[in-house]
Design a protein around this ligand. Sequence first.
Ligand SMILES: Cc1cc2nc3c(=O)[nH]c(=O)nc-3n(C[C@H](O)[C@H](O)[C@H](O)COP(=O)(O)O)c2cc1C
Length: 285
Amino acid sequence: MNFENSLTKLLGVKYPIIQGAFGWPGTGTSDIAVPVAEAGGLGILTTICYKDPEEFQGDLKKAKELTDKPVSVNFTLMKDTKYTNDYHEEFIKMTLNQGIRTIFTSGYDGTAIGHRFKSAGVNWIHKCATIRHAVSAARKGVDAIVIVGLEGTGYKSPEQHTTLINITNLVKLVNVPVIAAGGIADARGFMGALAMGASGIYMGTAFMATKEFKVAEKFKQNIAKQNITDAKNAKKIYDMEHGGAASLASGVIDSVPTVKEFIDKIIGDANVLLDEMKDWGRFEE
Ligand SMILES: Cc1cc2nc3c(=O)[nH]c(=O)nc-3n(C[C@H](O)[C@H](O)[C@H](O)COP(=O)(O)O)c2cc1C
């Protein structure tokens, strides 16, 4: 199946598969963004994972040298921290100078940054955790919205819903592409999101368990080998106090693939699933 749609056209990519922002020092860099771009998805560099704007600028240039496919930049804003609009000033100028096609904002109100980029002809996508914020972002002129369900990694909100409730409802409320995030890691999650009305998927945890991701091997193995029946894992989903825990989104069992193997598997399995679904009607004959 050809997965081209309005989102892939907006982003200039082959598959509607986006690698999430990673703010941990040294993780959300070209090391993961370039292989994702090369494999047909959209890779993102996360400004807050760099020690300073110069390090970011060098890595953004490197990414552009290593791939001719689009890579993107995430600006994570956090209330009551140094990660404000002012903090991002240099990063914004550097990104504008590199001719990036799409940027993401997340965490807090990204309108000021989003409008700067929009007036320079750059696509603006905002990531949020609640339907209320997603509707508000749509009013402010985003080109697409990522909405993260309770299943996802990150700080939880008491107003947050599951990925299924987010997507099936939000697509009725906004007229820009909706991108599903939270607990997605394989072809079933991908196809499920598309069936619910999402235009694409956005994954964090699953990309952490790939060969190229810059984190200790033990961490990747923990994601690949996590035990879904362990009761403490279920608690993570509605834990409002200890946000930020990695989700249960493992696209693999007991293995750590390369980014290309991972994305190819999602697309390959999605096509098998589609064939299987065509056969489902036979049981009714
Ligand atoms: C280690 C780690 C660091 C993250 N850092 C950020 C960040 O700095 N900014 C942000 O917007 N999202 C961040 N995220 C969230 C992801 O971009 C994404 O929304 C989330 O992982 C989606 O849920 P999933 O893990 O179930 O795929 C981070 C996720 C992980 C796993």
